[in-house]
Design a protein around this ligand. Structure first.
Ligand SMILES: Nc1ccn([C@@H]2O[C@H](COP(=O)(O)OP(=O)(O)OP(=O)(O)O)[C@@H](O)[C@H]2O)c(=O)n1
Ligand SMILES: C[C@](O)(CO)[C@H](O)COP(=O)(O)O
Length: 223
């Protein structure tokens, strides 16, 4: 199976609050986007397409390896993935979509997603259980219900797809008012079942400054 990787790196990182786009922020001396590309490659993905913010295209090209294909992303994560999907090689059978914001994803997670695709899944996401008590609150912050957490999962990236399935699902979603936070939601909206494999706490998303500090500590631990 030949897989192409897409790294969504065109966000601004408002919640992180850095002066640079989040994917260019350094972790252990390297930009987050470089860690994400390396995770994919270490897990078995060769060709990688990265979606970047238009104003910083040159800065991204300067830090990424020469054989990485850089495209300009869009205003939403979905638009950025759509742009990268258009540039992904047609001869690939599978596409893995990853966040630059998940720099320390172990290669084993990538390999598990690839193995599930090779075994015949059309869509695969890495997931983790929910470990906290989970509730619903109203507009005043008052708890109105407890949510049984046993069936709940936190969804990570990379998310893997049969390439034709992902292309068709993005075509199906085009022009609808639906908003999607990940690619598995795009695929499910087209009626395609999504399988799960085990994620990894080390694949945590860097969203706020605390997450970056935790990731810095993680780079100092043996992997
Ligand atoms: N228009 C966008 C928005 C997000 N992303 C990417 O999608 C991933 C997950 O998004 P998130 O962590 O929410 O990043 P930002 O949108 O940059 O963060 P914020 O909402 O704090 O601005 C990130 O790697 C981000 O670069 C993207 O490629 N294009
Ligand atoms: C794709 C994702 O990382 C899966 O958990 C997540 O949905 C991104 O969400 P965000 O709202 O863009 O941070």
């Amino acid at each position: 199976m030949h897989a192409v990787g897409i790294v969504a790196a065109a966000g601004s990182g408002l919640r992180l609050g850095a002066e640079l786009p989040k994917a260019l922020v350094h972790l252990g001396g390297r930009p987050l986007v470089c860690w994400a590309v390396e995770s994919l490659r270490a897990g078995g993905v060769e060709q990688v397409v990265v979606a970047v913010p238009a104003p910083q295209q040159a800065a991204f090209t300067a830090v990424l390896p020469d054989d990485v294909h850089v495209v300009v992303g869009g205003d939403t994560r979905t638009a950025s993935v759509r742009a990268a999907l258009g540039a992904a090689r047609e001869h690939a059978d599978a596409v893995l979509v990853h966040d630059a914001a998940r720099p320390l994803t172990p290669p084993d997670v990538v390999a598990r997603v690839l193995a599930a695709l090779a075994a015949g899944a059309r869509a695969v996401v890495p997931v983790l259980p929910v470990v906290d008590t989970t509730v619903v609150v109203d507009g005043d912050g008052v708890v109105t219900a407890d949510v049984p957490r046993a069936p709940l999962r936190r969804v990570q990236t990379p998310q893997g797809f049969d390439r034709a399935t992902l292309v068709a699902a993005y075509a199906h979603a085009h022009g609808t008012a639906a908003e999607f936070t990940d690619d598995a939601s795009v695929v499910r909206a087209a009626g395609i079942p999504v399988q799960t494999v085990a994620g990894d706490e080390r694949a945590a998303k860097i969203t706020v400054a605390h997450d970056l500090r935790m990731a810095e500590l993680q780079t100092e631990w043996p992997r």
